[in-house]
Design a protein around this ligand. Structure first.
Ligand SMILES: [Zn+2]
Length: 569
């Protein structure tokens, strides 16, 4: 029991020894207690859940409970009787723990099976705990199946696994399954505080919260981090020490980066990235911090019934889509820069001032830091990446972006949604979007359909319209990217892609050319109105696909490809 000289890892020292000491997992614990008290513990049990959440601790406690000679009325093992003590100290012959990751083959299982039949020696029941059980091979499972179907009366199998989906169905159907969940920040914080109090160490509460958040629901990870801190510093544990240990960025940098991201200030964002790299911070960890911060912000809005700003959602989506495994030229740094540039374009249309949009606890002057390097710097990181998703396609974008800024004209349309990706509409409320919504009472039931069928003519002959208006080479890429949307009386409504908000001003400047060209095509004078639209939601043109559309599609597909990444925790 005494651990001698060697340092014993915190998570071992503080491992729960009874059901009462398990943090969280109330439902699982209650069911297990009931099973123990009523003597109906299954012969094969599976604990599944993320790593470090206490699966094998639960298995060991259950092993104690089915063997305890002084069981509490609530099903808790006493942790004092010879059986409990033997199990706790790892001396019980009849408790066999197998790491299936290294003993996964048929020979190991055969071996196990042969010894199954022998009666227990020092416990009432023989318990086999197979950790990482999803690693058992197919042959191994086959060898085990019979034993699971007709186990000796005195044997209990307990499997623990992070990947229950890898179990053969025949096995899954023969086990009683318990899903162990991630722990909440509060649950982890509580246990860490208990450990620190017992150790008599001084600690900044912010440091504990930080560790609890970073552990992403795994108590073992949280305890390991704390362990390292306790052994590496003699004084009080500070949040700064946690950040140093883990290569974390300070909250100020995270906040300023997000302000730059949401506010469309790529230069400011890039200089923050420079600073982080100079200080040796890990950009992957930084990305996690940024995503987590945006997530907290969005959840807070949702929780309080506030609409989530589309620019915030768009920024979060861009960051979440970043592939942290990508190395080299298209690596993490470039992807962060692209996110900054991408958002700079689409947020130009947002009515919300950036500072109003970001992490609530922001100090009043916080934005100033991000204003250091303005737009020009942004051009640099983009150009070495010809194959990457450049935010602005064919049209001469330079002057257009330079103009931007105020949500010009048409107040009802000033607010763009969060870009052309299909997902957002499901999750993001877009309360103020006044875009024509073709899904429902769209163009067909247009309020005042032009009697002449002008809209149909425009749709069918859009290529000709492009040819007429596009005779002016400066206007061609612009009009090629637009579509006829509606005709009311003599007013033609043209839609431009909502992810290119700067088109509005370009189109306004070309109004005369547009009206002349459309008038020429239709054979009467017309006025023009320009609206932003999500092209994925409005009807395709019959002739559809011109080069600009192909380019845009390629861009979209590539972006989707980038979005296909594993979970961020
Ligand atoms: Zn006991």
């Amino acid at each position: 029991m005494t651990e001698g000289t060697a340092h014993q890892a915190l998570y071992r020292r503080w491992r729960a020894q009874t059901f009462s000491e398990i943090v969280g997992q109330e439902a699982v614990v209650q069911t297990l207690r009931n099973a123990v008290v009523t003597g109906r513990v299954a012969h094969a049990i599976l604990f599944t859940g993320p790593r470090g959440t206490g699966k094998t601790s639960l298995a060991r406690i259950l092993a104690k409970a089915v063997n305890c000679t002084d069981l509490a009325p609530n099903g808790d093992p006493c942790d004092r009787c010879p059986s409990c003590v033997a199990i706790r100290d790892g001396r019980a012959m009849d408790l066999v723990e197998i790491d299936a990751a290294s003993n996964r083959g048929i020979d190991n299982i055969r071996d196990l099976r042969e010894r199954l039949a022998y009666a227990p020696q020092d416990l009432r029941r023989k318990v086999y705990i197979l950790d990482e059980a999803h690693q058992i091979t197919k042959d191994g499972w086959n060898a085990l199946l019979k034993s699971l179907e007709e186990p000796p009366e005195f044997v209990t199998f307990m499997f623990a696994s992070t990947h229950p989906q890898d179990f053969p169905p025949a096995i899954l159907s023969r086990v009683q399954r318990f899903d162990v969940r991630r722990l909440t920040v509060a649950e982890i914080t509580g246990k860490l505080e208990m450990i620190l109090a017992a150790d008599g160490r001084e600690v900044d509460p912010e440091a504990v919260r930080l560790i609890a958040r970073l552990a992403a629901g795994g108590m073992r990870d949280a305890e390991s981090i704390l362990d390292q801190l306790l052994s590496s510093t003699a004084g009080p544990i500070t949040a700064e020490a946690v950040r140093d240990l883990l290569g974390l960025a300070d909250t100020e940098s995270v906040r300023n980066f997000l302000v730059a991201l949401v506010g469309g200030d790529p230069g400011g964002g890039i200089s923050i990235l420079d600073g982080l790299e100079e200080r040796g911070r890990d950009l992957r960890v930084f990305l996690d911090q940024a995503v987590e911060s945006l997530r907290e912000r969005m959840l807070a809005d949702v929780g309080q019934g506030r609409p989530v700003e589309p620019v915030v959602v768009a920024a979060a989506r861009r960051l979440a889509a970043i592939d942290t495994a990508r190395l080299g030229a298209g690596g993490l740094r470039l992807q962060l820069e692209l996110a900054l540039l991408d958002t700079a374009v689409s947020s130009a249309v947002s009515a919300a001032p950036p500072s109003a949009v970001l992490p609530r606890p922001m100090a009043p002057g916080a934005t100033s830091a991000s204003a250091s390097t303005p737009a020009p710097a942004a051009a640099r990181p983009a150009d070495p990446a010809p194959a990457a998703p450049t935010p602005t396609p064919p049209v001469d974008p330079a002057p257009a972006i330079a103009v931007e800024s105020h949500p010009s004209g048409a107040p009802e349309l000033a607010r763009a949604s969060s870009r052309g990706h299909p997902a957002p509409s499901a999750t993001v409320p877009e309360p103020r979007s006044a875009l024509p919504s073709p899904a429902a009472p769209g163009p067909k039931s247009d309020p005042a359909p032009a009697p002449s069928g002008d809209l149909e003519r425009l749709r069918d002959g859009w290529r000709d319209v492009i040819a007429i208006i596009g005779a002016n080479p400066a206007v061609k890429p612009l009009i090629s990217d637009c579509r006829p949307m509606a005709v009311e009386g003599n007013t033609v409504t043209i839609a431009f892609p909502e992810e290119k908000p700067f088109y509005r001003e370009n189109l306004e400047r070309r109004r005369t050319a547009l009206e002349a060209g459309l008038g020429q095509f239709l054979g009467h004078t017309v006025g023009v109105r320009c609206v932003a639209a999500n092209f994925e939601l409005i009807p395709q043109l019959p002739s559809a696909v011109d080069e600009a559309r192909i380019l845009e599609e390629a861009h979209r597909i590539f972006a989707d490809d980038l979005a296909d990444i594993p979970e961020i925790t």
